[in-house]
Design a protein around this ligand. Structure first.
Ligand SMILES: NC(=O)c1ccc[n+]([C@@H]2O[C@H](COP(=O)([O-])OP(=O)(O)OC[C@H]3O[C@@H](n4cnc5c(N)ncnc54)[C@H](O)[C@@H]3O)[C@@H](O)[C@H]2O)c1
Ligand SMILES: N[C@H](C(=O)O)[C@H](O)COP(=O)(O)O
Length: 335
C-alpha cells in the first residue's frame, strides 16, 4: 500500500505580511521527506528566512518538474509589491489570489493531491483584489464549481476528538437566519455525514445539531427557526437513516458526556461553534473544507500581523493541517 500521496501537496503561505511565510519555512523540520510545494513569492520567503535567522534552501519548481531533495520547492508567484512583515498591503492582494487559484486549479487538474492554506486577511483581499472575497472556503467552492461546502474545525483536547462544523460561514450575523433554509441545512448535513464516512472512516456518523436561538427557541417563544426549519429538516433526514440529535441549546451542548456520544457538532453560525473549538484547541486545531472535489486543510488562526517576522508564532496548527492533508491524500488512509 502506498504510504504517501502520488502527487505533491500544495501549501500557500497566505498574506505575505502575515505569519504564513514564517510558518511554511519551518515545515522542512517536520516533513523533510514529504512531497510538498510552496506556492508564493520566492523573495518574500528568502527575506523572511533572513529576518528570522533561518537557513532554508529554496528551489524553483513548476508543474511538471521533479521535486528536489533537501530543499523547499517554491512555485514562484510574485507578491506584486515589496513586503514588510507585519504591514499588510492591498497591493499584494492580487498575488495572493493568484496563489490560491494556482493551488485550487492544480488540485482540480491532478497536479497536486491536496492543498494546505496558511492565513489570508479577508479585508486586504477585499480592498486590493476582490470586494466579494469572504474566505478560502467560499473562494474554493467557486473555483471548484460547487454550490455548497462545509467548514469544519477539528481538535483533540485531551486526546478526545472534537469536530465542529458550521451551517453558515462568513456572513454578517444579521443575515444568518435567512441563510439557514431546509435546502441548505439538508445539503450541509449530507456533506458532513458523507465526509465523516469518506475522510474519517466513521461508518455511521452521529451528528449533534445546535439550535439557532437561545435555548433552541424555547418552543417558539425565543425564535421560530427551530420549529419552522431545523426540526422539520432533521425529521426528514432521520427518516432517511441519518443519526441526528437536536436541535440542542448551544449553551449546554458542549459537555463531555454529550460529545462522547457524537462524532461531530453542527453549529448554526461561525461564532456559535468556533469559540468553543478554539478555546479547547487553539494552536493545534485544523480547518478542513468538506464537500470539495479535492482535499483542503488549513490553520485555526489568522494572519497574526503582530507576530510576523519575530519568530514567536507557533507552527502547531500548520503542522497538524499538513499532516492531515498528507494522510487524506494517501490512498487507503485511516485518518
Ligand atoms: N485561515 C485563514 O485564512 C484565517 C483564519 C482566521 C482569521 N483569518 C484572518 O486573519 C486576520 C486577523 O484575524 P484575528 O486577529 O482575528 O486572528 P489571529 O488568529 O490572526 O490573531 C488572534 C490572536 O492569536 C495570536 N496568534 C495567531 N496565530 C498565532 C500563532 N500561529 N502562534 C501564536 N499566536 C498566534 C495573535 O497574535 C493574536 O493575539 C483577519 O483578517 C482574519 O480574516 C484568516
Ligand atoms: N473561519 C475560519 C476561522 O475562524 O478559523 C477562518 O476565518 C478561515 O476561513 P477560510 O478557511 O474560509 O479562509
Amino acid at each position: 500500500m502506498p504510504s504517501s500521496p502520488s502527487q505533491p501537496i500544495a501549501i500557500t503561505y497566505g498574506d505575505p505580511a502575515g505569519v504564513g511565510p514564517d510558518l511554511v519555512l519551518s515545515l522542512l523540520d517536520t516533513f523533510s521527506d514529504a512531497p510538498m510545494v510552496i506556492i508564493g513569492d520566492r523573495q518574500v520567503l528568502s527575506e523572511r528566512a533572513q529576518q528570522l535567522g533561518l537557513t532554508v534552501a529554496l528551489s524553483d519548481w513548476q508543474p511538471g518538474d521533479l521535486l528536489p531533495v533537501g530543499s523547499l520547492p517554491v512555485w514562484h508567484t510574485p507578491a506584486g509589491a515589496p513586503v514588510i512583515a507585519g504591514q499588510p498591503d492591498p497591493a499584494t492582494a492580487a498575488g495572493t489570489v493568484t496563489m490560491l487559484t494556482r493551488a485550487a486549479q492544480g488540485c482540480l487538474k491532478g497536479t497536486f493531491s491536496a492543498m494546505v492554506t496558511a492565513p489570508v486577511a479577508k479585508n486586504v483581499i477585499c480592498d486590493g483584489a476582490d470586494p466579494a472575497f469572504t474566505g478560502h472556503t467560499e473562494f474554493l467552492a467557486e473555483q471548484a464549481g460547487v454550490n455548497q461546502v462545509v467548514m469544519m474545525l477539528t481538535a483533540s483536547p485531551g486526546g478526545q476528538p472534537l469536530r465542529v462544523a458550521l451551517a453558515t460561514t462568513h456572513l454578517p450575523l444579521s443575515q444568518v437566519p435567512a441563510a439557514i433554509t431546509p435546502d441548505s441545512l439538508m445539503r450541509t448535513l449530507t456533506i458532513l455525514r458523507d465526509d465523516l464516512i469518506s475522510k474519517y472512516r466513521i461508518t455511521e456518523p452521529r451528528i449533534m445539531v445546535l439550535g439557532l436561538n437561545p435555548h433552541a427557541g424555547e418552543e417558539g417563544h425565543l425564535g421560530r427557526e427551530e420549529l419552522d426549519v431545523i426540526i422539520p429538516t432533521l425529521k426528514h433526514l432521520r427518516a432517511k437513516g441519518m443519526q441526528l440529535t437536536g436541535p440542542l441549546p448551544a449553551d449546554t451542548a458542549f459537555q463531555p458526556h454529550l460529545l462522547e456520544q457524537h462524532d461531530a457538532v453542527l453549529a448554526m453560525y461561525h461564532d456559535q461553534g468556533l469559540p468553543v473549538l478554539k478555546y479547547a484547541g487553539f494552536g493545534e486545531a485544523i480547518n478542513i473544507t468538506l464537500g470539495l472535489p479535492f482535499i483542503r486543510t488549513s490553520v485555526d488562526h489568522g494572519t497574526a500581523f503582530d507576530l510576523a517576522g519575530n519568530g514567536t508564532a507557533s507552527a502547531g496548527s500548520l503542522i497538524a493541517a499538513t499532516r492531515l492533508a498528507l494522510t487524506l491524500a494517501t490512498p487507503q488512509h485511516n485518518a
